[in-house]
Design a protein around this ligand. Structure first.
Ligand code: AN0
Ligand code: CP
Length: 317
């Protein structure tokens, strides 16, 4: 594998899950692959899970790991070409990226959507520049429109917990006070559409995701109806995609919070969320603390999904 930014880069999903479960049984079996190799993780945004799990995955593979928080300790970076740099930005991404590439063998990048310029976000301009100018394999640690390491961990988790061959998986929008990107739901939909699960998306009117991510998913505007018979409830907030409201919070309706009464409509569904989660906005304390909540094993699988991806990149070096 050269770069990892979306579901297509991983190829056959059954093979990828099988490889993940094998790594889970012995995560130190491939230490020789990363010997004298350096992973650089570049963060334009905050993180807890991605930072820790990806560093751990690199260390499991025997790599040295450098973490750069661009907004803390590095020069302020200009990302747009053609700008007269007479403001507060000291360095351009076009120099910074190839310089970073000089000091490592693999680059992981986290660069969220700005949510003001839909075209720039959906063109994946920041991670795209890392791929073009880094001279190294690049993997996404959540880019503007996708979070594939999360979706891969979600898939592994569903495969571990499913009780039927073709579970009903429901992605539900839930309220949040601040505008969040569409990357997690886009990516989750992209990965679920690549399986043969019964996949349903439910959200209030106005929160439609980009058609290329929705694909053949069934859209149900009635959240309660969507929950009926579900095996997995995957909650997430996102801001509006559709114009003229791109990137805006158009509704914070707490009638959409996932609670025990709605969970009772499901087939004793497992509750999932990528975390961080705002309790009693997205989900009630009762639901996230219930034995059916699998948010912690889901987060634990982030180490495994990252390890499969970095392992495959190292194998291709
Ligand atoms: C981010 C998002 O919604 O994309 C990261 C989730 C993994 N969430 C927040 O910023 C709260
Ligand atoms: N789920 C996830 O990516 O979490 P962080 O934002 O904490 O990395």
């Amino acid at each position: 594998m050269r770069h990892f930014t979306n579901v297509r880069d991983i190829g056959d999903l059954q093979a990828a899950v099988a490889e993940a479960l094998e790594i889970k049984r012995d995560r130190f079996a491939h230490q020789y692959l990363g010997r004298n190799k350096t992973l650089m993780m570049v963060f334009f945004n905050l993180s807890l899970r991605t930072r820790l799990s990806t560093q751990k995955a690199g260390m499991n593979l025997g790599m040295n790991v450098i973490v750069l928080d661009v907004n803390q300790g590095a020069w302020k970076l200009e990302t747009e070409r053609g700008v007269v740099m007479d403001g507060d930005k000291t360095e351009h991404l076009l120099e910074a990226i190839p310089v970073m590439g000089c000091y490592c063998d693999v680059i992981g990048v986290r660069a969220f959507a700005g949510l003001t310029d839909k075209k720039a976000d959906y063109n994946e301009e920041v991670i795209g520049q890392f791929i073009r100018y880094g001279g190294r394999p690049v993997f996404s640690m959540e880019a503007a429109t996708r979070h594939p390491l999360q979706s891969f961990a979600d898939l592994i988790t569903i495969e571990e917990y499913k009780k039927t061959e073709r579970p009903k998986v429901v992605l539900t929008w839930a309220p949040h006070p601040k505008a969040l990107p569409q990357a997690v739901p886009n990516s989750f939909a992209e990965w679920m559409n690549a399986t043969d699960y019964d996949f349903v998306i439910t959200h209030p009117e106005g929160y439609e995701l980009a058609p290329e991510f929705v694909g053949n998913a069934h859209i149900e505007y009635d959240q309660r109806k969507a929950f009926e018979g579900a095996d997995f409830i995957y909650a997430k907030n996102w801001s509006a995609y559709a114009d003229p409201n791109y990137g805006l919070v158009i509704n914070k309706d707490r009638a959409w919070t996932v609670d025990t009464e709605k969970m009772a409509l499901t087939n004793n569904a497992r509750f999932m969320h990528c975390l961080p989660v705002r309790r009693n906005m997205i989900v009630t304390d009762e639901v996230i603390e219930a034995p059916t909540s699998i948010v912690i094993p889901e987060a634990a699988n982030r180490e495994i999904s990252a390890q499969v991806v970095i392992k495959r990149i190292l194998e291709g070096l």
